[in-house]
Design a protein around this ligand. Sequence first.
Ligand SMILES: Nc1ncnc2c1ncn2[C@@H]1O[C@H](COP(=O)(O)OP(=O)(O)OP(=O)(O)O)[C@@H](O)[C@H]1O
Length: 246
Amino acid sequence: MMNSTPDEAAVSVDGLSVDRGGHPVLRDLDFAVPTGAVVGLMGPSGCGKTTLMRTLVGVQRITSGTARVLGHIPGAPTLRSRIGYVTQAVSVYRDLTVEQNVAYFATLAAAPRSSAREAIDTVGLGAYADRRVDRLSGGQASRASLACALVGSPELLVLDEPTVGLDPLTREELWTSMRALAENGVTLLVSSHVMDEASRCDSVLLMRDGRLLAHEPPQELIRSTGTDSMDEAFLALIRTQQEVAA
Ligand SMILES: Nc1ncnc2c1ncn2[C@@H]1O[C@H](COP(=O)(O)OP(=O)(O)OP(=O)(O)O)[C@@H](O)[C@H]1O
């Protein structure tokens, strides 16, 4: 499944800054994501999570600095079939069944038809394959979207708030699916503003106002801030940052 060597970073950014509408949105980010890691992208609404994801999938102009994704600059044609990107908006055809949607994406990715069925099973929608998307719940429709991103066996999955609006059981199932993908060598970059979800990740990129506050394993963030939860760790990091700035 993977073409990159195991010790090559799946994603690395160096001094990355991005402006939108003439305003700085990402400011001087530096980090690297190892292949096969599940990395949480966390921080309050508007901190720049979606912009960072857009930059890595190659649809956002970089103002300064560099980004490399699977060894290439974002947007390189060779990356097209190697990255799966699921935006916040469910992007499937509502008048088609789950299987018709996923099969359509399989055709676009020149993937075998059997890969559609595998992707549907991976997201736990096997029993709903023949159901039209407009007759699914919101969470099921989100998972149908994820299945579409899985069909080409991408090496990197970039998922913008995939668990938003899901009930706890579905959320649990989705995290289990994502973890299984990582165990097969897929790298996942997953945004969320539910801090508790950080505990599911190998490391967390914690952002605020376009800056990176920390990039550490979740248990290390809690330990180093002397707190009991990710919410508290985040607040402690902000306080430290404000003290340094004062
Ligand atoms: N098209 C745009 N033009 C100008 N500024 C934008 C545009 N889209 C977003 N922004 C600004 O960029 C900043 C970061 O937005 P972004 O969508 O990346 O945040 P986010 O962390 O993903 O937020 P959320 O969690 O609410 O989805 C915000 O201040 C936002 O107002």
